[in-house]
Design a protein around this ligand. Structure first.
Ligand code: AMP
Length: 427
C-alpha cells in the first residue's frame, strides 16, 4: 500500500541536496522501494509501462521505450511473477480507437522478450477478457492490457478504474517515467488500492537517478542547454536551473525573446512579448548568482518557414524585418561548444533551431557534437524533441542518458515533484 507516501514531497531523492557553492558530485539514490526490494514469486504483478510509442500504419516507428522497459519485465519473469503490463497510447480520450490499440506493442514485445506477451483485447481494459487472461496466468507469463486511456476515468485519476486495476494484482510496479508527471489511475490512483507493495521499476529508478544526480548533485562544471520553441513553456526550468548551473545556454526560438527584450530587431522570429521582462529578470538573476548565461550572437534567418527558403547568417540585432531566425549561426555554435567543452555535467532540453529541416539543423548538430566529444562527463538529454534530434542526427549512443520522458523530465528540471514517483512506497 502506498497511501502514506502519496503525499511524500521530494523524499524521492535522499542524500546531499546541494547548492551551487556546496558539496557536489557524490552519488545520491532514489529513496523508493524498487523491484529489487520485493518478492514476486507466484504473485500477480501489475506493471505500469510507458508504451506510448509512435505508430505509422500499425507499425512502431521508434521502439526505444519498449526496449527501455525490458530490464524490469525480465527481472519479474525470472523471479516467477505473473506479469501484467499496462500503458496508455496516444490520446483516445476515453473511447476505444482501434488505431490506438496496444495490440502491435504486444506483438513486438513478444519478439523482444522472446516469449509470448498475450494481448488481453478488451475495450473496458479491465473487463471480462482481461480478467480471464489474468486468471489463466502461470508464473513467468506476461499479459498486456488494452490502452488504459480507452477509459475516460484514467486521466482523471478516478477511483472506480483505479480499484479495478488494483483488483487484478497483488503487487504494483511503476516503470513509466514518461507519465510520472501525471496523476492518473494507472500510475497513482491504483497505488491506493493495492494491498501489497507499490514500487518503482529499473527504468524509473535509472531516470530519476540520472536526472536527480545531474541537477541536485552535479559534478562541476555543470552546463545546461535549453532550446525549443517558447520561453513560456520553460520559464520554471530556466528559473530553477539558474540556482544550480555554472553556465546556462539558451538557443532555439526562445532566444529571440531575450534579444527583443534588449530592443534588438528579431524580424518575424518567434517572439513572446509578454515574456520580455521575464527574460531580463532571468539575466539579472544569472548575474547575481554568478551564472554565465549565453544567448546566440548570430542567427540563420530565412524568408519562409520552409527548408526551401532563402536564408543567410546575420549578427545579433540584424535579422531583417521580413525574415525569421530558424537556427543559431556558426559563431553561436562555436561559442556554445566552447562553453560545453570542459563541462563535467551537461543537461540538454530543446533543439537549437528547426532541426527537422536539414538547412536549419546545423546548430543542433554542433551542440550534439560538442556533448558527444566530452570525456568523463555525464551527458543527459531530456526527452521529447531533444531526444528525437539526438537520435535522428546519429548521436544517441554517444550520450550518457537519453530520457524516455519529455514532459516528465521537464517538470523534474523545474524542480517539481513527480506524482508517479511520489506514489511509490518509500524505502
Ligand atoms: P519544444 O517542444 O519547446 O522543445 O520545441 C521544439 C520545437 O521547437 C521543434 O519542433 C523545433 O523545430 C522548434 N524550434 C526550435 N527553434 C526554432 C526557431 N528558431 N523558430 C521556430 N521553431 C523553432
Amino acid at each position: 500500500m502506498a497511501f502514506s507516501s502519496v503525499c511524500g514531497g521530494l523524499t524521492a531523492i535522499s542524500g546531499n541536496i546541494t547548492n551551487r557553492k556546496g558539496k557536489f558530485g557524490g552519488k545520491i539514490m532514489l529513496n523508493k522501494k524498487s523491484v529489487d526490494d520485493i518478492n514476486v514469486k507466484g504473485k500477480k504483478v501489475l506493471v505500469r509501462c510507458d508504451f506510448n510509442v509512435p505508430l505509422q500504419d500499425g507499425k512502431i516507428t521508434d521502439e526505444n521505450r519498449l526496449v527501455a522497459a525490458l530490464p524490469t519485465i525480465k527481472k519479474l519473469i525470472a523471479d516467477g511473477g505473473k506479469v501484467i503490463l499496462c500503458s496508455h497510447l496516444g490520446k483516445p480520450k476515453g473511447e476505444p480507437k482501434p488505431e490506438l490499440s496496444l495490440a502491435p506493442v504486444a506483438k513486438r514485445m513478444s519478439e523482444l522478450l522472446g516469449q509470448e506477451v498475450k494481448f488481453a483485447a478488451d475495450n473496458n481494459v479491465v473487463g471480462d477478457n482481461a480478467k480471464a487472461a489474468v486468471d489463466a496466468m502461470a508464473e513467468g507469463d506476461v499479459v498486456l492490457l488494452e490502452n488504459t486511456r480507452y477509459r475516460a476515468e484514467e486521466t482523471k485519476n478516478g477511483e472506480a478504474f483505479s480499484k479495478e486495476l488494483a483488483s487484478l494484482c497483488d503487487v504494483f510496479v511503476n516503470d513509466a517515467f514518461g507519465t510520472a508527471h501525471r496523476a492518473h489511475c494507472s500510475n497513482v490512483g491504483v497505488t491506493e488500492f493495492v494491498d501489497g507493495d507499490c514500487v518503482v521499476g529499473y527504468l524509473m529508478q535509472k531516470e530519476i537517478d540520472f536526472l536527480g544526480n545531474a541537477v541536485n548533485n552535479p559534478v562541476r562544471p555543470f552546463v545546461a542547454i535549453l532550446g525549443g520553441a517558447k520561453v513560456s513553456s520553460k520559464i520554471s526550468v530556466i528559473n530553477n536551473l539558474l540556482d544550480k548551473v555554472d553556465t546556462l545556454i539558451i538557443g532555439g526560438g526562445m532566444a529571440y525573446t531575450f534579444m527583443a527584450a534588449h530592443g534588438e530587431e528579431v524580424g518575424k522570429s518567434l517572439l513572446e512579448e509578454d515574456y520580455k521582462q521575464y527574460a531580463l529578470d532571468m539575466e539579472k538573476k544569472a548575474e547575481e548568482k554568478g551564472v554565465k548565461l549565453l544567448i546566440p550572437v548570430d542567427t540563420v534567418a530565412a524568408d519562409d518557414f520552409s527548408n526551401d527558403a532563402n536564408f543567410k547568417t546575420v549578427g545579433r540585432g540584424e535579422i531583417p524585418a521580413d525574415m525569421e531566425g530558424l537556427d543559431i549561426g556558426e559563431e553561436s555554435a562555436k561559442l556554445f561548444a566552447d562553453a560545453i567543452n570542459g563541462a563535467k555535467t551537461v543537461v540538454w532540453n530543446g533543439p537549437m533551431g528547426c532541426f527537422e529541416m536539414p538547412n536549419f539543423a546545423k546548430g543542433t548538430v554542433e551542440v550534439a557534437k560538442a556533448m558527444a566529444g566530452l570525456e568523463g562527463a555525464t551527458t543527459i538529454i531530456g526527452g521529447g524533441d531533444s531526444a528525437a534530434a539526438v537520435n535522428q542526427l546519429g548521436f544517441g549512443d554517444k550520450m550518457t542518458h537519453i530520457s524516455t520522458g519529455g514532459g516528465a523530465s521537464l517538470e523534474f528540471l523545474e524542480g517539481k515533484e513527480l506524482p508517479g514517483v511520489a506514489a511509490a512506497d518509500d524505502k
